[in-house]
Write a protein that binds this ligand. Structure first.
Ligand code: FES
Length: 152
């Protein structure tokens, strides 16, 4: 049986009917074709699925879509303003904060919250805050550089 869901995603109101067990990650990727948000582990272990709900970071794979009723979700697709990338996206480019790129959307969504929530005082603080976002290529030091650069 499906249930109604009304949620604003990247500034666009979405009204859908979904089964209660559907995760926010599957709603985004499979129903709304917002495939920028990645499915790495699907178990809260990798951070590839990180998005914002009302400005706070969450793992979309651990969030039931219905819990976003009436809230605002932001994904990597919602960051750029037309042709202008978000400053964090620019910084990842400038500092080579990725290699294969699979973890990058989640890294960037977490990185924005890292600064917003005041956890970017030192590189160690950044590393701690970002520890839930796994990068198999090992781009960690460049990611920290990008975040410290944006913070200034
Ligand atoms: Fe959600 Fe890995 S896909 S944490």
């Amino acid at each position: 049986e499906t249930m109604p869901l009304n949620v604003v995603i990247n500034g666009v109101k979405q009204s859908v009917r979904i089964e209660p067990r559907v995760t926010l990650l599957d709603l985004l990727r499979e129903r709304l074709q917002l495939t920028g948000t990645k499915k790495g582990c699907d178990h809260g272990q990798c951070g590839a699925c990180t998005v914002h709900i009302d400005g706070e970071r969450v793992n979309a794979c651990l969030t039931l879509a219905l819990t976003t009723e009436g809230r605002e979700v932001t994904t990597i697709e919602g960051l750029a303003d037309g042709d202008n990338l978000h400053p964090m996206q620019e910084a990842f480019l400038e500092h080579d904060g990725f290699q294969c790129g699979y973890c990058t959307p989640g890294q960037i969504m977490s990185a924005i919250c890292c600064i917003r929530e005041g956890h970017a005082g030192t590189p160690d603080e950044v590393r701690e805050y970002m520890s839930g976002n796994i990068c198999r290529c090992g781009a960690y030091s460049n990611i920290v550089d990008a975040i410290m650069d944006v913070k200034q």
